[in-house]
Ligand binder design. Structure first.
Ligand SMILES: [Zn+2]
Length: 544
């Protein structure tokens, strides 16, 4: 059973009551839009998305809410911004920072749009929402009030779970400074819940200071004042806001990356706060590991190659989806676009298809078959059993201007390609070309060699090789000109001459590709005209 179906089983058990009442199960994930979206965020989206998909498949009502967090303070200067223009915005809520590109309402939504574009390709049942309007609509008001009322308990939870000590006058809230508009620099230091509370200040208001040196990345203006913390004028800090979001959005299922899931981390704190302050259960958790590129952990601010967009440009959506869901969440994903990862991923996809359609060698594997089904991006359609062209072959064909991928596909398959098969091979060709132009290792790059290869001046053919190649040239004159028949002819000559396979194949590849290796030789030679092949062999047998 896949981890996805196991998780769905657990979820069905835990939320049997909600399901019976016909309530949709709420799945939630989020991304703070403070910079270009890192590929690691895709893993979270895929994990939550595939759970939503699997639940829907079973007829279990659910909603996958994805938050575009536009309310956190700007606490980092991405390298692509003009420092002179953007320095003054450091510490402001992200939504007040102006867009650095046309077509977005503000800075965070540039990334919000990019994220949505990338995620759309997976076709998950996903609903996006921005955080700021939820605060502005007052939906966090009760949680803010509870957090302020219980600031002592929250401070104690921080201390007990993570060892972090907050000062006695610390309140878990940050207001937007009325004077400078920053949120990252303010500290709330008083709260009067009601006229009868005996606390200082106007009822329903917090007092705050905007500190010059509260954080390293932004400078406050020094204002102190009192303000209502409700309706979007203030925001909870992450460790309190996260459980507040579970309460406000009614979340049943929410996993989190390793950085949040460590012992004493924000998940542990969130669990205590949701249970003890907001009186709600901790949602069903799926902790997940990192997504590493080229073996190294990526960071959104470094290495532009590691953005979600960059990776999504390298792979067809279903392959990217497979990459994200095939491993257990607690195992890291290592993706090295410069190595063999991409060709192997395509081959794995084809192998899973074999299991899915029961055409594998050997016994069945229900988990493999199921993974193939789940990796499809046209849910709820059922995948069609189609012929796939191997990645390595597509990679070869797209480099051969004299060949049509459609015709060669039909030859290899043994009949004309269906509409779906043609679309599939054409899609592969698009991604293969991108790969060849960007990350493909040299060994995958081919060019047809014409004329006499100087290689043989350094490594002259032995007498046995010459004799075998001469016999092959003769055999090729009569053979039916198709891949399997040519293959057979080569095999017969090889046996007759008692030559080790490499001693025959290497010279053949050298004559046509100037490589020691290449695609299946019979098929490969069949892609040329008979006279061309014989002529090219003869050329290398004649005296210099
Ligand atoms: Zn200020």
């Amino acid at each position: 059973m896949t981890w996805i179906d196991r998780a769905v089983g657990d979820i069905e058990q835990r939320f049997a009551k909600e399901m019976k009442e016909g309530k949709p199960l709420i799945i939630r994930d989020e991304k703070t839009l403070s910079g270009r979206v890192h590929v690691g965020s895709l893993r979270g989206i895929a994990i939550h998305g595939i759970i939503a998909q699997a639940l829907s498949e079973k007829g279990i009502k659910n909603k996958f809410l994805f938050e575009l967090n536009d309310f956190d303070p700007m606490d980092e200067m991405p390298p692509f911004l003009d420092k002179n223009v953007y320095k003054k915005h450091m510490g402001e809520p992200l939504f007040t920072v102006p867009a650095h590109e046309d077509g977005a309402e503000n800075f965070p939504m540039v990334f919000g749009k990019e994220l949505q574009e990338v995620v759309k390709k997976f076709n998950f049942p996903i609903e996006f929402y921005a955080l700021r309007p939820v605060y502005e609509a007052g939906r966090f008001n009760d949680a803010i009030r509870a957090a302020l009322d219980h600031h002592d308990e929250i401070r104690a939870i921080y201390r007990e779970v993570s060892g972090s000590k907050k000062p006695d006058d610390w309140y878990p809230l940050q207001v937007i400074c009325e004077q400078c508009g920053k949120i990252g620099t303010t500290q709330v230091n008083g709260w009067n819940p009601s006229a009868s509370s005996g606390q200082a200040g106007p009822p329903g208001m917090v007092s705050y200071v905007c500190k010059k040196d509260l954080v390293k990345w932004a400078e406050g203006c020094g204002k102190s004042g009192t303000v209502s913390p409700f309706d979007g004028r203030a925001k909870l800090p992450w460790k309190v806001e996260w459980p507040a979001k579970w309460k406000v959005m009614g979340v049943h299922i929410e996993g989190a990356g390793k950085d949040h899931s460590a012992a004493g981390g924000s998940r542990d704190i969130g669990k205590r706060i949701v249970e003890e302050v907001f009186n709600d259960p901790n949602p069903y958790d799926i902790p997940y590991e990192f997504f590493n590129i080229g073996g190294k952990k990526m960071s959104a601010s470094k290495g532009l190659g590691a953005t979600a967009k960059a990776i999504s440009d390298l792979l067809p959506p279903k392959l990217l989806k497979l990459l994200m869901i095939r491993k257990l969440p607690n195992q890291p994903i290592d993706f090295d676009p410069e190595g063999n990862t991409i060709p192997l991923l395509f081959d794995e996809y084809d192998r899973l298809a074999d299991y899915h359609f029961n055409r594998q060698k050997g016994g069945p594997n229900p988990e493999f078959a199921r993974l193939y089904h789940l990796a499809q991006t046209d849910f709820p359609k059922k995948p069609k059993d189609i012929w796939h062209m191997r990645f390595s072959l597509v990679a070869f064909l797209v480099q051969m201007p004299h060949l049509s991928i459609e015709e060669e596909g039909a030859k290899l398959k043994g009949s004309a390609l269906t509409k779906e098969e043609l679309a599939d091979v054409k899609e592969r060709a698009v991604y293969v070309k991108i790969w060849l132009e960007t990350y493909a290792p040299e060994k995958y790059k081919f060019e047809i060699f014409r004329g006499k290869n100087p290689y043989f001046a350094e490594k002259p053919l032995s007498d046995l090789q010459k004799k075998t190649l001469a016999a092959l040239a003769v055999a090729l004159e009569k053979v039916k000109w198709d891949g399997p028949k040519i293959h057979e002819a080569i095999h017969v000559v090889k046996e007759e001459q008692q030559i080790p396979p490499r001693d025959l194949f290497v010279p053949l590849y050298r004559m046509f590709l100037d490589r020691d290796e290449g695609p299946q030789v019979g098929w490969f030679l069949s892609t040329f005209k008979r006279e061309e092949v014989i002529d090219q062999i003869q050329k290398h047998l004649s005296q210099p």
